[in-house]
Design a protein around this ligand. Structure first.
Ligand code: AMP
Length: 219
């Protein structure tokens, strides 16, 4: 299924989890700007050094830096058949930049009640090795602190501490939410109810797959 898809939604709504499952099902690459930035920070690259203070504070990394990173990634051969873009665009300026170099076929707008989002973010654990995510209550690993997939160490991201979570949710409301109306106006937005917990994740995935199929038919 060839499709350029964007996953939109608040931090903690489940974009990464859904994108990983959709990527396995469709074969489209999952491109997470958060994962790419965290990797750059770990590796201490020039981009990582510039991005670190923003990421640690829960603020957005400047548009130009992220857009350049995304443009390079989307020009790779594996994106020719499409992609699942998770975490970008996050501002209207980024959305306009993206329009300049890539057409988007569908925007999956994931939403869930705020209480669910805060609970998901505070219990989330991430693998240092492969970036797989777990939840201490809702989807724990088989062995505490150890990734099921690659045996990597699980940790709590520094931007998942309560004060930084609050800042990220504020940033989302102010800077990212306007994208919902931006893309609705273009007729490519699909509203996805992502309020279902882990055992029912297939209900969220099913809605995403239907929206992608509808967009493919529209092409
Ligand atoms: P995420 O894993 O998507 O929640 O992203 C983690 C952090 O990376 C965000 O809080 C931002 O600091 C940064 N980040 C990720 N994507 C973007 C983007 N498109 N624009 C600016 N900053 C970003």
């Amino acid at each position: 299924m060839a499709m350029n898809a964007v996953l939109l939604g608040s931090p903690g709504v489940g974009k990464g989890t859904c994108a990983k499952i959709l990527s396995e099902k469709t074969g489209l690459p999952h491109i997470s700007t958060g994962d790419m930035l965290r990797q750059a920070i770990r590796e201490g690259t020039a981009l990582g050094r510039e991005a670190k203070s923003f990421v640690d504070a829960g603020k957005l990394v400047p548009d130009g830096l992220v857009t350049k990173m995304v443009q390079e990634r989307l020009s790779q051969p594996d994106c020719k058949k499409g992609f699942l873009l998770d975490g970008y665009p996050r501002t209207v300026a980024q959305a306009r930049d993206l329009e300049g170099f890539m057409a988007v076929g569908v925007v999956l707008n994931l939403s869930a009640p705020e209480s669910v989002i805060v609970e998901r973010l505070s219990g989330r654990r991430t693998c240092r090795g492969c970036s797989a995510t777990y939840h201490v209550k809702n989807s724990p690993p088989k062995k505490e602190g150890v990734c099921d997939r690659c045996s990597g160490e699980l940790y709590q991201r520094s931007d998942e501490k309560p004060e930084v979570v609050a800042e990220r949710l504020k940033v989302y409301e102010k800077q990212t939410k306007p994208l919902v109306e931006f893309y609705r106006g273009k007729g490519i937005l699909a509203d996805i109810n992502a309020g279902f917990g882990m055992p029912e994740i297939s209900k969220v995935i099913g809605q995403c797959e239907d929206a992608i199929k509808a967009a493919v038919r529209r092409k």
